[in-house]
Design a protein around this ligand. Sequence first.
Ligand SMILES: O=C(O)C1=C[C@@H](OP(=O)(O)O)[C@@H](O)[C@H](O)C1
Ligand SMILES: C=C(OP(=O)(O)O)C(=O)O
Length: 438
Amino acid sequence: MSRDELWDAPAATEPIRARVTVPGSKSATNRALVLAALAEGPSTLYRPLRSRDTLLMAGALRALGAEIEDVPATAAGAVASWLVKPAEQLTGGTEVDMGAAGTVMRFVPPIAALADGPVRFDGDPRSHERPVGPLVDALRALGAEIDDAGHPGHFPLTVLGRGGLRGGAVEIDASASSQFVSALLLSGARFAEGVDVRHVGGRLPSLPYIAMAVQMVREAGVEVDDSEPERWQVRPGAIKPVTQTIEPDLSNAAPFLAAALVTGGAVTIADWPRQTTQPGDRLREILTLMGATCEFTESGLECRGSGTIHGVDLDLADEAELTPTIAALAALADGPSRLRGIGHIRLHETDRLAAIAAEINGLGGRVKELPEELLIEPAPLHGGVFHTYEDHRLATAGAVLGLAVPGVQVQDVATTGKTLPDFTGRWAALLAGTDYAG
Ligand SMILES: O=C(O)C1=C[C@@H](OP(=O)(O)O)[C@@H](O)[C@H](O)C1
Ligand SMILES: C=C(OP(=O)(O)O)C(=O)O
């Protein structure tokens, strides 16, 4: 499918009633892959996400010497898995394609410092714009050698692996991306002195994702002290192999649950974890504020729409990747909304504040973009092309609007493959109320 291709987003003719199984969490899959590649023996990940971002992570770790075997699901009911065998010694003299995956861009350079030769990092044009400078500075302070002479503090760059890293105490301004902190925590046990990271600077976004890194590193037998706010101390030591099942991606559940609100229907997301560090868990609260009733059932989380969507005033700094879906719902609400604390998503796959405002307004909406917020007034919307800027979450937001607004055409819907394989097939099953057959 070419990037210019337009997908006719289906309008719903009746309330949607469906049960949806969303694929595994991108963030958990890529953290688990990293830890498995650094562990002292083989690990198994059940139900990993297989999408562009996780295949790029697997490719990066293979380039550094890890073996990753993809074991498909069987007709007899065994779930799909990835078997990861770490390398005896991480190998340099290689290149890593990062695509536009923030997790690959931030989590892999610290690993490359442990390799036995240079590792060159490059990716999609957007990877040259997304921030990495504070992580480069931190890695240098921890003993790494990095050649970023072409465009200091940006990709493409080369990490000159020396087979190990001193580590120790470091200050980092992670206000542009929490992934800088997660990156240091995931590899820190393998640095000679471990790592003692302090965030200094503006507001740190996406805190639940740092909590996810802390939890997964601890599950791998590593000692982490996070008792002080904005400071994380990782003790040096072995990373234990872990056998684990990856949770469904709750951020990717957002557009499917939104369909219940838009159509006054009921959507159940299968296997929603009762306890999780995923920021998407806050959807239960957010969608309730927007007028839905959300409750756990035997099969997962069910959200029922009332037929009316309420406007909301929300600080979304911790779960900012939900913004495109929430903004789409807000554009269809009965009153104005204010989405705050989201300035850093200008540095995501695209400038999301600018893109959301331009595309909803292109359909007749009234969205005002402030430096760190969106103000959204409901307005009668009409059909038209919804551009997506190689941003998977813009594409799914266009699909949500299309349920209520006939004639919405989503450009480059295939960009959803960054984190969600076969989105259009899953969306068709949602509208039909049938199980997604794959
Ligand atoms: O660590 C992670 O897995 C993520 C952290 C967040 O990044 P930022 O802190 O850059 O927003 C989030 O938006 C991204 O989708 C995944
Ligand atoms: C910001 C996102 O991704 P990345 O991991 O590339 O930062 C996202 O998935 O919304």
